[in-house]
Design a protein around this ligand. Structure first.
Ligand code: TRP
Ligand code: SF4
Length: 557
């Protein structure tokens, strides 16, 4: 162990990190988990913008749930994958968690739904899962904290052990899995998870999850998994099964009744989120769209029909009763894009001839039973028209129709799932620079590390310091590139924003030197570990009272 009084020059060599000068922003690229992608498990080219980790100019964006995900520029995830910036939604979150305030949680999908439920005191849930592949570390702590925070905000909270996935995708034995399962559960409890209010489970013993996984599997096929995860003919069947199991985990909180559900994860899990949001929609009995006439139209055509309807006074003999044929004549003359949609819309309007063009809400049958479709027709109030595969409602707006469709679905044995939401946190940089990796002990701090070892690891960490104390006083340290600063922001400052800001400002202002800074961080880390491990010991005594099965009766290999 080296103890420098002067700042050192071993700052992380990563050139890619942007320098926003913002105290909270830059966490830099890293991943909490090592491991190279195997041939069968590389993500498809659709999912990665680079040529793979070895290609020139790589290290850009690669999202692979089982490989090594690197994110050099988090903003790219917004453009390339449609993840939304968390900052935009932050004002709508009541009393946000510090990881949200500090933009460690940088992105989301559809979190507005969950924030709204929180604001309005409605039901919501939070769930995340952990592969028991090693000891829980400070990267997992972020996710534990996120689940616990949502529980404190009144949400139903779930923590699951992805033992099937660990066995299938990581080849861990059941003996190893059991040992780690116990450890994850203890840390989650020690950090404040309330097992009475929330639920802890392991995939292998949750019958409901497995049944739901089977049903979801009916809706997903191999080509799809191939496109999303780059699975191929060599991929284990159980690995594929672990995918539908994760889909079921994510929808499990909604089995009682549909509710906004957030899944806090790293961005490497985003492919799973895209698939599960899709599957949740595919399981729905009915879909709801706007429509303008009895015929079917795709979204592009629908936009043009809307325009034609809105322009009715320009062409209709009787503006209260514009006809499809009249609209066709009008639309034929318009210079509207896309041209192919314009042409097909004109054709459909022509065929409808004298039928009035008239806005309505369409509820169509996706996979409803006959009885459910009948019940839906019954349930629509006001003027309606019934067709083979849809019913058009003239006195219902889309929101009301959505609600009605969900009610009828639930009454008739459907799930009525809402699309699940997600929040994404940045990966922590390894203490030795580069990635934080479970396979490099010095790069991360395990929640089981001896407090003294934790202290030593922090003291030997890479910093964003200058070559000499003099230079540091003059130019200030590079907190944005400093793994030690990250420890303060992500963990050691806890809820105390002022303290985190102070460290940052003192560092970049040249008042703080790395030796002392690391000493302080190391002491705080040792204290945290000591306290955490004491709480783990206390829970160890009470583990038997919990529902979760800690010992699997599976074969030992
Ligand atoms: N695949 C996750 C991982 O690699 C674990 C997991 C299983 C999970 N089921 C989940 C995460 C449901 C979030 C939600 O760690
Ligand atoms: Fe050095 Fe601390 Fe600044 Fe990092 S945050 S560069 S350790 S003074």
């Amino acid at each position: 162990m080296t103890d420098h009084d002067a700042p050192h020059d071993d700052a992380s060599p990563d050139e890619d990190r942007r320098q926003s000068g913002d105290a909270w922003r830059d966490a830099g690229p890293a991943r909490t988990d090592g491991g190279e992608p195997s041939e069968a498990r590389r993500p498809s080219s659709e999912l990665r913008s680079d040529g793979g980790a070895d290609a020139a100019g790589a290290d850009d964006v690669a999202l692979d749930p089982w490989g090594s995900s690197t994110v050099a520029d988090y903003r790219k995830l917004f453009d390339q994958f449609g993840i939304e910036a968390f900052d935009d939604i932050l004002p709508g979150v009541p009393t946000p968690h510090y990881l949200m305030r500090r933009s460690v949680i940088f992105g989301h999908r559809d979190y507005g739904r969950v924030a709204r439920a929180m604001r309005e005191g409605e039901d919501f849930a939070a769930l995340s899962g952990f592969m028991p592949t090693g000891d829980p570390h400070i990267g997992h702590k972020m996710v534990f904290d996120e689940i616990i925070w949502h529980q404190e905000q009144g949400g139903d909270a779930y923590g699951l052990i992805a033992d099937l996935e660990a066995h299938a995708a990581r080849d861990l034995s059941w003996a190893e899995i059991d040992e780690h399962t116990r450890s994850y559960v203890l840390s989650l409890l020690a950090l404040g998870f309330d097992p009475e209010a929330g639920e802890l489970y392991r995939q292998s013993t949750n019958r409901e999850v497995q049944d739901l996984a089977f049903e979801l599997g009916v809706e997903a096929n191999f080509s799809e998994l191939q496109a999303i995860y780059d699975f191929d003919g060599e991929t284990d069947v159980s690995h594929m099964q672990s995918v539908v199991t994760q889909m079921a985990d994510i929808l499990y909180p909604q089995l009682d009744e549909p509710k906004p559900t957030v899944i806090p994860v790293g961005p490497d899990q985003d492919p799973h989120m895209r698939l599960v949001r899709d599957l949740a929609a595919r399981m729905r009995y009915f879909g709801v769209t706007e429509a303008y006439a009895s015929f079917e139209a795709d979204p592009a055509e629908r936009g043009l029909l809307r325009k034609a309807y809105n322009a009715r006074t320009d062409y209709a003999e009787d503006a209260d009763r514009p006809r499809c044929g009249e609209a066709a004549d009008w639309l034929r003359e318009q210079d509207l894009e896309p041209d192919s949609a314009r042409q097909s819309a004109v054709e459909k309007l022509e065929n409808a001839g004298k039928e009035p063009i008239r806005p309505r809400t369409r509820i169509f049958d996706r996979r409803a039973t006959d009885a459910a479709f009948e019940a839906l027709i019954e349930a629509v109030d006001g003027e309606k028209r019934v067709y083979d595969e849809h019913v058009d409602a003239f006195d219902l707006d889309q929101d009301a129709a959505e609600e009605l469709a969900r009610e009828v679905e639930l009454d008739n044995g459907g799930y009525g799932f809402l699309p699940p939401s997600s929040v994404y946190h940045r990966f922590m940089t390894g203490l030795t620079g580069g990635k934080m990796s479970s396979s490099v002990p010095a790069s991360h701090i395990s929640l089981l590390d001896d407090p003294e070892d934790g202290y030593d690891k922090v003291k030997s960490a890479t910093t964003g310091g200058r070559a000499t104390a003099e230079e540091q006083r003059e130019k200030g340290g590079k907190a944005d590139e400093c793994p030690v600063y990250e420890l303060y922001a992500y963990l050691l400052s806890g809820d105390d924003d002022e303290f985190a800001t102070e460290v940052y400002e003192e560092c970049v202002g040249g008042e703080r030197l790395c030796g002392g800074c690391k000493e302080q961080a190391a002491e705080l880390m040792a204290e945290f570990l000591e306290d955490h491990q004491e709480k783990r010991d206390e829970w160890e005594e009470k583990l038997d009272e919990l529902d979760i099965e800690l010992e699997s009766d599976r074969r030992r290999d």
